[in-house]
Design a protein around this ligand. Sequence first.
Ligand code: AMP
Length: 398
Amino acid sequence: MKILVINAGSSSLKYQLIDMDDESVKAKGLVERIGIEGTHFKHNVLGTDKEIEFTRNMADHTEAIAAVLEALTDKENGAIASLDEIGACGHRVLHGGETFKESALVTEESLKEIEALIPLGPLHQRANIAGIKACQSVMPTKPNVAVFDTAFHQTMPKKAFLYGVPYKYYKDLKVRRYGFHGTSHRFIAGEAPKYIGKAADDCKLIICHLGNGSSLSAVVNGKVVDTSMGLTPLEGLLMGSRSGDLDPAVLEYIMDNTGMDIHQMLNMLNKQSGFAGLSVSSDMRDVKAAAAKGDELAKAAVDIWTYRVQKYIGAYNVAVGGADAIVFTAGIGENDTQACADVIGGLAFMGVKIDPAKNVRGNAGVISTDDSTIKVLRLSTNEELPIARDTLAIVSRL
Ligand code: AMP
């Protein structure tokens, strides 16, 4: 069976067509600027030179999905002969709240529950729902499955997920830490034990998903015991454009002194902070390039980023009770070997050591020395495959 995996953003839509016979990606693409002048569409069929690329205004996600299906079945540059080959659609959905502890078939009832969670992540949740509804309208006979970014973290104990604010806010409003990047953390939690000769149900991991958005998770025997993102993805590490942890009183102080309202404030903390706020851009490569030219603030931004990751690793080594492995993944974790070496450099006193000969880009697996007290791994994440796997498992039971 082939599964169409959809990751719908507010003005974008990424997709992959995955053949579940061998879990290979057949085709993938990206629609950008949906609902904005100059919608851009790019599609390619993997392992071939088949490509479709054009700019044509698309008003909404339904038009974008229709274009995706047209491209997938295109006689010359498509990947399948007809839509019959698509068994189901799997959707990345931001927030499952406490309602969804695992992936779910989209039904009238579950869609209502997904909609009820819009207040917890309005922009993304609405976009994800738009993606689901677009598939329902263009392919009414195909089942849809929702896979939640938060679900893998639902195993966290209360001591890790409750904030120290009056309990009524948890009881009445469900204010708590949820965590995100769940499909990535879950994929890595499944893969990492294989590289260190351990069983997934007997393995303590610190997973560092370090990309534009970044989060760490502490995983014991396949279950998350703590994670760094919170009610929203704003909490935790310093990120491309998010501040991560900060004293909430900073908000009032800046607002009082600038006249900003709370929406402007949160926009600033989500979109204009982190690397983007401290340095030249939200992209680690740009910040590093500036640092290499002697830009002191860029150097400081990299130091802040590194130090924050180190602090969380220290904390999560306590959370898991002594990690078997620290795993680096996502854009920075997979590519920036120096960033990984710098983070681990701060753990030398614990006997954790990277082997420079193994710390090579593209080298998946163990990158620590043989005598390192905790193994260090670099693995490529895959956020689409867990969505396709869950979708297949759920539709196979229908
Ligand atoms: P992601 O959100 O996982 O796509 O990761 C994006 C981040 O990865 C950006 O900060 C990029 O600068 C960083 N990144 C991607 N490739 C490299 C690379 N070759 N060297 C350093 N950073 C990289």
